[in-house]
Design a protein around this ligand. Sequence first.
Ligand SMILES: Cc1cc2nc3c(=O)[nH]c(=O)nc-3n(C[C@H](O)[C@H](O)[C@H](O)COP(=O)(O)O)c2cc1C
Ligand code: SF4
Length: 440
Amino acid sequence: MEKIVLPEIENFHILDVFVENGGFTAAKKAFSQSTDDIIDQVKKSGLRGRGGAAFSAGLKWSFMPKTTDKPKYLCINGDESEPGSFKDRQIFEYNPHQLIEGILITCYAIGAKTAYIYIRGEYHKWIKLMQKALDDAYAAGYVGEAMKEKFGTEFFCNIYIHKGAGAYICGEESSLMNSVEGKRGYPRVKPPFPAQNGLWGCPTTINNVETITNIPPIINKGWEWFSKIGEPKHPGTILFGVSGHVNKPGVYELPSGTLLTDIIYNYAGGVPGNKRILCVIPGGSSMPPLRGDQLEGVKMDAESLRAAGSAIGTGGIMVMDEDTDLVKVLARLSHFYHHESCGQCTPCREGTGWLEKILKRILAGNGSVSDVDLLITVANQIEGNTICALGEAAAWPVRFMVTRFRDYFEARVSKEVNLQVANKVHSMRETARPLAEVKN
Ligand SMILES: Cc1cc2nc3c(=O)[nH]c(=O)nc-3n(C[C@H](O)[C@H](O)[C@H](O)COP(=O)(O)O)c2cc1C
Ligand code: SF4
């Protein structure tokens, strides 16, 4: 199978090797076409975002205003802080120039002169590698004003790397923009959407690293070619990051629609000790978990996973064998989302804390039967009631894991607890006035 995002070419990360293998020819081709043509090709290719929501990349670009006197911006999202997601860093390490070329084409298509690559703060190694690649591309005239001469075009753009400081919430697009502006990483209320009101109030497009790395091959080989790879409604290859209880954890680039069981057993080498699979989270830790007996026939693309009761997310496949303590897993995840909540919305700020507290109570053996439903109630109260989707990210794993493994959770909370009423509520306390008098 042909690899689009991580081609198997030795030293492809080195600029000369990239150029020898057709690097920057897609950009040259793109600059000779109209911007509408480029957007149209990306739309027709069917490319969908690889950052979580699987939204059409071409459609998103088309939201950028054509006539505006404001500068336009492109943000590349390499925050990659979701537990179970570790695929964008492969691009920083093994194919940085294709990402740079994709950025040049995207900036041209949307009319941006400036792009920021936002990289998670803990990715020290990958920030350095990406900076080195960018410096080399600048020195060779592929980026910045020098590209006018290199490509024989009037268009040019600049690219900057922006380091995050270790906050998961800065992967959320509006929070990322606040962070680039030097503000606290708080998500913004939408609408207005970034295409209208993004960085510094100007039109902005935000795309994931993997999404944009797909652009040069689409321009070079044509949208028809891309649209025929994998599942028609979510075409192309996807970088699947497989972790947990598998013999060969790693990142596998495979056509969309590859069977989940194929990825786990054939590519990732199966489960150590041939143990049974208890649970799989197929798209990074915020996506709904599937039971081991729900995996047969599940294809890894947005539509198939939705039909199976989960979501593609970032394609991070987390495998848990039969000996896994699911309460411990969920308590750990809930700790993460509680810790990463920015605190702006009450349901998320308070609800994530309660989820963690209840799960830790169950883990310590002090859970009561009512805790199982309480977890679902709290999760339901977060979902749909927050500014950004971190609320859902925290609620989904809890709601779906508890619902799908209800027996498991009930077995862990065998005690029926009757809480002592320490104080009667205020309205029932005796007062100087007899109750009969109050009623009248
Ligand atoms: C809490 C939270 C964290 C996110 N983290 C990331 C991230 O690390 N990388 C990413 O590409 N998208 C992340 N997203 C999704 C972005 O908001 C945005 O949808 C995405 O970058 C768009 O790119 P795409 O259309 O190419 O997928 C996150 C969303 C939320 C709610
Ligand atoms: S949902 Fe959570 S993370 Fe998102 S804005 Fe509200 S409090 Fe912040």
